[in-house]
Design a protein around this ligand. Structure first.
Ligand SMILES: Cc1ncc(COP(=O)(O)O)c(C=O)c1O
Length: 420
């Protein structure tokens, strides 16, 4: 099988809307490495878009899924329940931020978790409004798109979107948006767009993922909590990309001294299996009536078995600490290259959630240089993802299980791609 043949078949058989970044096709993968159908090897710093914090095919995950597969693969939890769903909910309830009673419901995708968090917040408050942020990404469903603060390519041609959704700017120091600007704009929404007493929830990413790995400053998160408390609004932390060890904590909200009422999670939760969750205050989670939450595949047994193994592996292999150390190594490497790569505008992030933003000599975003770095790295066998509202940020999402040797090899290729 040749990559070029598959590209031709893909173009004929699948719609262009399912945009595909690589022109090679996966054959097999192991930890932080991937091989295509022609036998070419790649170092995977994309990890299936932040899904593989525990690497490709971690033996413990494979074993847990094989054992589950030998017993049963699907009953629909809402029809015939199984103990592992409860066990995973209990484990997440203990680990998620907040020293209050919590409950967790499982879904399939990140967007579905977001949809359900909004449903739960509306049911709990009896209010319609939701406030999100520019540059935020919350998925490709109708509500996910409405909440997403980036038009191209996510929202083009798909409106109208659900109403009562409003956006405020997210703090972005490099582009001149301060915490105060952001909070002032939010307060302005309450004057010009919606009465705060009609707002059910404010949803935000503690570190914006698709938006460019912008880290929420502590005073911003504190201000959001204070605004929510003042007006009876629920605070939703969308941890779909930040969760499960990526930021040097199990959840990014552990970096702050405030807690959200609801947390959405997906991606690395189940290490490659489709599983998402909403965890939150027990009384809020209980607001929807029986039958209001769920879905045919929600909390699929194989995915739940994989997620239980993920928690085990993160803890027994101390991957969260390792991720933070790997992140520091990457940050040091990028900082060391700054003087020789004038396009580097900022190196930012937290834990292993690190990104580099490129700009031109006049300070404007440099998406062309970003694409060049990405394609030069790919030519040498390193898979990198871009992000950012201007497409001028490279984000790093290597598995936290990556070996030192493969990490060093990846960093070497990255340096070569940056220096040309
Ligand atoms: C913060 C955040 N929320 C929601 C989503 C949507 O998740 P999914 O693509 O699984 O629907 C993503 C996906 O990148 C995300 O990063």
């Amino acid at each position: 099988m040749k990559n070029a043949d598959l590209v031709r078949r893909k173009d004929a058989a699948t719609p262009r809307g399912v945009g595909v970044m690589c022109n090679f096709y996966a054959e097999r993968a192991e930890n932080a490495e991937l091989w295509d159908v022609e036998g070419n090897r790649y170092i995977d710093f994309a990890a299936g878009i932040a899904v593989l914090n525990t690497g490709h095919r971690h033996p413990r995950l494979v074993q847990a899924m094989q054992e589950q597969m030998a017993r049963f693969t699907h009953t629909a939890y809402q029809i015939v329940p199984y103990a592992s769903y409860i066990e995973l909910a209990e484990k997440i309830n203990v680990r998620a931020p907040g020293a209050f009673a919590k409950k967790t419901a499982f879904f399939t995708t990140g967007a579905e978790a977001v949809e359900n968090a909004v449903k739960i917040a509306r049911a709990a408050t009896g209010r319609p409004g939701v406030i999100a942020f520019a540059g935020g990404f919350h998925g490709r469903t109708m509500m996910g798109m409405a909440l997403t603060g980036k038009v191209v390519p996510y929202k083009v041609g798909f409106g109208p979107f659900p109403s009562d959704v409003f956006h405020a700017p997210y703090p972005y120091g490099l582009h001149g948006v301060s915490v105060q600007d952001s909070i002032d704009a939010l307060q302005q929404l309450f004057k010009t767009e919606i009465d705060p007493k009609r707002v059910a929830a404010i949803i935000f990413e503690p570190v914006q993922g698709e938006g460019g790995f912008n880290v929420a400053p502590a005073e911003f998160v504190r201000a959001l909590r204070a605004i929510c408390d003042e007006h009876g609004i629920l605070l939703i932390a969308d941890e779909v990309q930040t969760g499960f060890g990526r930021t040097g904590k199990l959840f990014a909200m552990e970096h702050y001294d405030v807690v959200p009422d609801l947390t959405t999670m997906a991606k690395s939760l189940a290490g490659g299996m489709p599983l998402s969750a909403v965890c939150g205050r027990a009384e809020v989670m209980d607001a929807p009536a029986p039958g209001g939450l769920g879905g045919t595949y929600s909390g699929n047994p194989l995915a739940v078995a994989s997620a239980l193994a993920v928690l085990d592996v993160l803890e027994s292999e101390k991957l969260i600490e390792r991720g933070a150390a790997l992140g520091r190594r990457l940050q040091d490497k990028l900082d060391g290259l700054r003087s020789r790569v004038p396009e580097i505008g900022e190196v930012r992030g937290v834990g292993a959630m690190i990104a580099v933003e490129f700009r031109k000599a006049d300070g404007s975003p440099d998406p062309d240089f970003t694409k060049q770095v990405q394609s030069r790295a790919l030519e040498k066998g390193l898979l990198l993802l871009s992000c950012g509202v201007y497409g001028n940020v490279i984000r790093f999402l290597f598995p936290l299980t990556i070996s030192d040797a493969v990490m060093d090899e990846g960093l070497g290729i990255l340096a070569g791609a940056l220096l040309r």
